[in-house]
Design a binder for this molecule. Structure first.
Ligand code: UT7
Length: 325
């Protein structure tokens, strides 16, 4: 039976020019390149320049994705930005991007599900495309986590980075089978009883400050290893597929050990997992679209291949998207 599918038409990314190697942290906190690399897989990350905002990165990534898709901004119906580090409390980063792109039509809004934000945003976009509310949607993950680091906390400040990735989704027609191109299934979850495991200790309503990131890393790690393969497999099952059908896992890039443990649980060899954590650190909602765009630029993907994206973060919120190229 024919049905509307949200088909991936373009990908792009943007990274600040400043690259910070692990060794730089040794200058002011008790850490080492060896510790950071062995515990997280991270070797370097990018930090935004003074005055460079999340919407600046998001706009650059959006332009790159539109160019990759061969489309212009005026033909886009909606912009959804996943971010936890907006330029300002309001309006949304998505409206900044819309303004920067010179768009006078369509609608724009942000989604906040921290590191799982891009997966949640993709799911939103898919629902809007399927329901006929939009035909072309720019879905962006963009962050400047360097703005919410506690630079005295060695257990968190070495882990995060800044960047943005974007995709263009467009309504296409499928025949309702798992062989269709486009988003085949999504699986979203959250459990607010774990909100104290990973949070920012400030905010508009509570402290009227921005706050800094606080994380119980070991606990989050434990949940990630438990939940990521399960949500990926739940999404695959909804699509009528299984681990064996997966061509590429595109995971949230928080920790190489989590990425490897999840791949092992899914029985997917590491040469079919996109890994960029060594170069970007954890860029929260930006990490999956960044990884997608980098992998595409490296020539990894081929039409018809099956991708599974999975992520977990503050909330806790976690989920997965199954997409055929
Ligand atoms: O994106 C959202 C989701 N977030 C995540 O997925 C992050 C999940 N968590 C993790 O990735 C890992 O838990 C970390 C990378 C954050 C930490 O790795 P770990 O293997 O869980 O280390 P740990 O927290 O158990 O710390 C081990 C030791 C501790 O010292 P003691 O108590 O054993 O003496 C820490 O104080 O390492 C120490 N430590 C450090 N040492 C050098 C913590 N941070 C550092 C550091 N440099 N930067």
């Amino acid at each position: 039976m024919s049905m509307i599918r949200s088909v991936l038409r373009g990908m792009g990314h943007a990274l600040p020019t400043r690259v910070v190697e692990n060794a730089e942290f040794e200058e002011w906190i008790d850490t080492s390149d060896a510790w950071i690399k062995s515990r997280s897989g991270i070797e370097r990350r990018h930090f935004a320049a003074d005055g460079q905002t999340t919407s600046d990165l998001a706009t650059d990534a959006a332009r790159a994705a539109l160019e990759d898709a061969g489309m212009t901004a005026e033909t886009v119906d909606a912009i959804i930005v996943a971010t936890s580090t907006p330029d300002t409390t309001f309006p949304s980063v998505a409206t900044f991007v819309q303004g920067n792109l010179g768009m006078k039509t369509g609608f724009a809004f942000d989604v906040q599900a921290v590191c799982a934000g891009f997966v949640f945003a993709l799911s939103n976009a898919d629902a809007m495309i399927k329901s006929g509310q939009a035909k072309r949607v720019l879905v962006i993950g963009a962050e400047t986590f360097s703005r919410i680091m506690n630079w005295e906390d060695r257990s968190t400040c070495v882990l995060f980075g800044d960047g943005a990735g974007a995709v263009v989704l467009e309504a296409g027609e499928g025949d309702g089978t798992a062989q269709d191109a486009g988003i085949l299934a999504t699986d979203l979850n959250s459990d607010g009883s774990y909100r104290d495991l990973l949070y920012v200790d400030g905010g508009v309503s509570k402290t009227q400050t921005t706050g800094v990131l606080v994380m119980q890393g070991k606990e989050v790690f434990r949940h990630a290893v438990d939940k990521l393969a399960k949500t990926a497999e739940a999404a695959l099952e909804k699509a009528g597929l299984s681990d064996a059908d997966v061509d590429w896992v595109v995971p949230h890039q928080a920790n190489l050990r989590i990425i490897k443990a999840t791949a092992t649980k899914m029985n997917v060899p590491m040469d079919r997992v996109v890994v960029t954590v060594q170069d970007h650190g954890n860029t929260s909602a930006a990490s999956i679209p960044l990884a997608l765009s980098v992998a595409k630029a490296e020539g990894k993907f081929a039409p018809g291949q099956l991708l599974v994206m999975e992520a977990i973060g503050g909330g806790l919120a976690w989920g997965a998207v199954v997409l055929r190229l």
